[in-house]
Design a protein around this ligand. Structure first.
Ligand code: AMP
Length: 394
């Protein structure tokens, strides 16, 4: 177990908190979705109440050097509104100017520094850059779950230099939910997987096979599995080189007595476009020149049955080309079923998160992970390097 913010004395201390304020900002400089800012509030409010001097650091986007449109300044404003108090902002994250600003901080005050990625040393994991950051604080808190799979200076090196280095409340929540879903779940535990490629989800499928009672595989991934059973799937997306692997996975599922489900019907089209003609057909009847672009209504009924007795549900990946109106229904209905399930429900991944938001179901799912890539790494059964380097509990 890793130490948490609750395990350290923070009163009057300069606490350097790595948050993930990588929020979408439109061309006018407006924050389009502030979920990640809101997710960090429990940690920041705790530090304010405990009279710490809070210094927040984050990245935003992928700037090439100091590009104003990737500035965190608008985030400081939005954060101020959520906290109901002023958040100081400084337009740099290392150097003497920052040090002076930090020195002037009073107990209970909050300071947000400029985008870490304005310095190349952040992503190249430069030791000098991490050292400079370490001079700003007396305690390090990692609350940036979304970056914990990346060995970047502020999340990977900094906690090795600046001690104590502990988990913030968001990180703790992510890890606790993950444990409840994967390590010690209430059973039956069901995973719903979607997305385009078996190759990118292979690690997850293999890990989940050992841990789940039921596994539903939708999205374009389903076609490689269906093909492995000897059926033709028209021009649907198939990874030919993985047909053998798909077959093995079906065999392993049988051996482990994991119930593996595939969609039984599809919404098919001639091309990936909202203007294509569509039909709904059983999986055995996808004609030449047509491709499966969403799961069909019978598959959704099957999914409802699969979920009926679930105590824990994990969902990652869209069931179809949900970006297009003609093929979004499968994914949106899946989101609805997960949201309505009385089970403990956990979802994650960039597209999944987006679909849940668009469906307005964010608050109906027990936990939506704030980390796309980091969540997938955990599902694969991997440790996250930036959590590993935090202090262990005594
Ligand atoms: P991934 O990044 O692997 O989770 O894949 C997400 C992408 O899979 C989304 O952009 C979906 O449009 C795409 N996708 C899901 N189902 C299908 C399908 N049946 N055919 C083609 N693409 C799909």
């Amino acid at each position: 177990m890793k130490k948490s913010l609750r395990d350290v004395e923070v009163k009057g201390k300069r606490v350097l908190v790595r948050v993930d304020f990588n929020v979408p900002i439109d061309e006018q400089g407006n924050i389009v979705d502030d979920t990640r800012i809101r997710a960090s509030l429990p940690t920041i409010n705790y530090l304010i109440d405990a009279k710490a001097k809070t210094i927040l650091i984050s990245h935003l986007g992928r700037p090439k050097g100091k590009e104003e449109r990737f500035s965190l300044r608008p985030v400081a404003k939005r954060l101020s509104r959520h906290l109901g108090r002023e958040v100081h902002f400084y337009p740099d994250c290392v150097g003497d100017g920052v040090k002076n600003k930090v020195k002037a901080l009073k107990e209970g005050e909050v300071l947000l520094l400029e985008n870490l990625r304005f310095y190349e040393g952040e992503t190249s994991c430069d030791e000098e850059f991490a050292k400079k950051l370490s001079e700003l604080g007396e305690i390090f808190v990692n609350d940036a779950f979304g970056t914990c799979h990346r060995k970047h200076a502020s999340v990977y090196l900094l906690p090795q230099i600046l001690k104590p280095a502990v988990m913030g409340f968001l990180l703790e929540k992510e890890i606790n939910y993950f444990r409840k879903a994967l390590i010690d779940p209430q059973r039956p535990v069901v995973a719903l997987l979607g997305g385009a490629k078996v190759s990118s989800k292979l690690g997850i499928i293999k890990n989940l096979l050992r841990r789940m009672d039921k596994l539903f595989i939708g999205g374009a991934m389903a076609f490689t599995f269906i093909k492995s059973l000897g059926y033709e799937v028209g021009s649907s997306l198939v990874e030919e080189e993985l047909i053998g692997v798909a077959r093995d996975i079906l065999d392993v599922a049988k051996k482990l007595d994991v119930k593996l489900y595939l969609p039984v019907d599809f919404v098919i089209g001639k091309e990936v476009s909202d203007n294509t003609p569509t039909k709904v057909v059983p999986w055995q009847e996808i004609p030449k020149g047509w491709m499966g672009l969403d799961i069909g209504p019978v598959s959704l009924s099957l999914l409802r049955e699969v979920l009926r007795d679930a105590q824990t549900v994990i969902w990652n990946g869209p069931m179809g080309v949900f970006e297009l109106d003609r093929f979004k229904e499968g994914t949106f209905q899946t989101a609805k079923m997960v949201a309505e399930s009385p089970a403990l429900t956990i979802a994650g991944g960039g597209d999944t998160d987006y679909a849940i938001h668009r469906a307005g179901l964010y608050d109906s799912i027990d936990f939506v992970s704030t980390g796309g890539g980091a969540f997938l790494k955990l599902l694969e059964g991997n440790d996250l390097p930036c959590i590993k380097v935090l202090d262990d509990k005594d």
